[in-house]
Write a protein that binds this ligand. Structure first.
Ligand code: NIG
Ligand code: FE
Length: 416
């Protein structure tokens, strides 16, 4: 199957080989692009791109005229919890009335609320509702997504969630990575003996997850009131024995030491990072760990925002993700994340675009196949509605500016 997209007003984020793994510091403000361009797609991959003047001859099966539109890589969303039993709008009302995320959690709400409901839903129900969310985010331009377990908190519940994610990988055209997050919260029956729960994760859950090949990564919520640095280290070391690289929740609620323990264990990413100071930045500078920021959680929980500007100015790369989950960020709209990045983190549009494409691809381990417009990469592309330039994307916040989302060379979503 050969498809060509022609008359593209601006083709954003083009890259000739050798491909970069990610973009850091001042390089984040530079975005490569072509004007009046074409993209050629063959069998789901980008086979060529260039200026219209050099459009190759030859027959194609399909031609898409993108006059007036921009074409860019589809978003990668490297941190979500989009398999969940129910939304939690009741807690949201408690939050409006003044309860904090931690207070809600202490009362058995939050993650424990979702965990209490996971066994009430069948695997089919969980699968179907997650498929609906995948369709929703595809329509907003997402082409790859990481999904965590963590609403099971029992061996049975965690395996159930990961089996659902495995089915999503098989059924959905999106590129999906699965992360085992048994250490998301401590279930009530282990409240007096948290070590016993950590032992359960290491000795019972992890071997079964690995045996069934259900996870690509391992995660721990390393923060005040959740899991300590020492517990995190134990779990990550056990994960490494099963070949699972870490992608962890760190420093959302405090200077928890999560960033350092992540770096120490070669985490692919450390995520949230609202509490990041000079020491944390120094640790990250010596690593290949991607700082992954989740502005949707800061927005929704009224938390402080991670110091993205300071991180980029210090030479670090930054990725952004939606954190799509029912408690702290009930939205998987990466266009809103792009706007949040520029508005609340003071990232330039170019920096924010890198953070949701190539750097986000790295944060989920798919940068060799996604994240830029490059020959041989998957044709996961966004064709925008008509617009003059890419600054419009973060600026015109709230609206869906995606006209078509192409996944593996096929249009999977079209908006009016
Ligand atoms: O990334 N911080 C921990 N976990 C999620 C929240 C999950 C929930 O509240 O259901 C997060 O924000
Ligand atoms: Fe999260």
């Amino acid at each position: 199957m050969r498809t060509r997209i022609i008359n593209i007003r601006k083709l954003i984020q083009v890259e000739d080989s050798p491909f970069r793994s990610y973009v850091s510091g001042s390089d984040m403000a530079r975005l490569e692009m072509l004007e009046h361009a074409f993209v050629l797609v063959e069998d789901g991959l980008i086979s060529d791109y260039g200026p219209m003047a050099s459009l190759p001859e030859g027959s194609v099966d399909e031609t898409i005229d993108a006059s007036g539109s921009l074409v860019m890589p589809a978003f990668c969303d490297p941190h979500t919890h989009l398999v969940f039993p129910e939304t939690r709008e009741i807690e949201y009302i408690d939050k409006i009335k003044g309860l904090s995320y931690e207070e809600i959690a202490r009362r058995g709400g939050g993650i424990l609320n979702s965990a209490g409901k996971i066994m009430e839903k069948s695997e089919d129900e969980l699968f179907q509702s997650a498929m609906d969310r995948l369709s929703e985010i595809t329509a907003y331009g997402t082409g790859a997504v990481e999904i965590k377990s963590g609403y099971g908190l029992t061996t049975e519940g965690e395996l159930k969630m990961l089996r659902v994610i495995k089915r999503l990988k098989e059924a959905s055209p999106l590129t999906i990575k699965a992360t085992f997050l048994g250490a998301h919260a401590v279930p009530p029956q282990y409240k007096e003996d948290q070590t016993a729960y950590v032992d359960l994760i290491i000795n019972q859950m992890l071997p079964q997850v690995a045996e069934e090949g259900l996870a690509d990564y391992i995660d721990v919520f390393c923060d005040r009131g959740f899991f300590t640095v020492e517990e995190t280290r134990r779990i990550l070391e056990a994960g490494a024995r099963f070949g699972l690289p870490p992608k962890i929740h760190a420093n959302e609620l405090d200077y928890s030491g999560g960033i350092q323990v992540g770096v120490e264990n070669n985490a692919l990413s450390v995520d949230h990072l609202e509490y990041t100071g000079d020491q944390e930045i120094e640790a990250l500078k010596k690593s290949a760990t991607m700082p992954t920021l989740l502005p949707g959680a800061s927005f929704f929980l009224n938390l402080i925002y991670a110091p993205a500007r300071k991180m980029i100015d210090a030479g670090l790369p930054v990725a952004m993700a939606s954190d799509f989950n029912p408690g702290s960020s009930p939205s998987g709209n990466m266009q809103f994340i792009l706007s949040q990045g520029s508005i609340n983190y003071r990232m330039l549009p170019e920096e924010a675009i890198h953070a949701v494409t190539l750097n986000a691809a790295y944060a989920m381990g798919v940068e060799k196949e996604l994240g830029t417009i490059a020959r041989g990469k998957k044709a996961n592309l966004i064709i925008t509605r008509e617009m003059a330039n890419y600054e419009f994307l973060p600026y015109y916040y709230g609206a869906n500016k995606v006209k078509h989302t192409m996944i593996n060379g096929k249009i999977e979503a079209t908006n009016r």
